[in-house]
Ligand binder design. Structure first.
Ligand code: FES
Length: 140
């Protein structure tokens, strides 16, 4: 016949289990996570210099290539900006209706000046120099 387990042994075992579960709970609570995104384009983006075909940049629209977004707010006028959103650093996602959009939190920027138009971003996208040569726009 096995030895009877007294009441104190049972309570001690339950206490240890209780502490273990509390410790397990606190270990599971973690802070927030963060992520970053990058953008890739079909045009050339090597060594910081970017080349985009003029034909790939529609009037009122634009082309995102790596760290740069090239726009054509008016026919024949090309602009370039950093494609890194000034809100929390996402890559901007699209250009339409003369606005550059960051889909992370729906900020919009003016495609002519880079200035914030709506959404949480309050700072303009930094401008870059776009140089047109033949059918190509180069951004340094
Ligand atoms: S990171 Fe672009 S809107 Fe928040």
């Amino acid at each position: 016949m096995p030895a009877p387990i007294d009441r104190r042994t049972i309570l001690n075992a339950a206490g240890v289990a209780g502490i273990a579960s509390v410790a397990g709970l606190s270990a599971c609570s973690s802070g927030s996570s963060s992520s970053s995104t990058g953008a890739a384009g079909n045009a050339t983006a090597a060594g910081g210099a970017v080349s985009v075909a003029k034909a790939d940049v529609p009037v009122g629209g634009g082309k995102i290539v790596g760290k740069v977004v090239v726009t054509q707010p008016v026919a024949g006028t090309f602009k370039a900006f950093s494609s890194t959103c000034t809100h929390e650093g996402c890559a901007v996602s699209s250009v339409a209706d003369n606005k550059i959009k960051c889909a992370c939190h729906n900020s919009y920027f003016d495609a002519s000046t880079g200035a914030p138009v709506s959404g949480p971003a309050k700072t303009a996208l930094p401008a870059k120099t776009a140089t047109v040569s033949g059918d190509t726009i180069s951004v340094a």
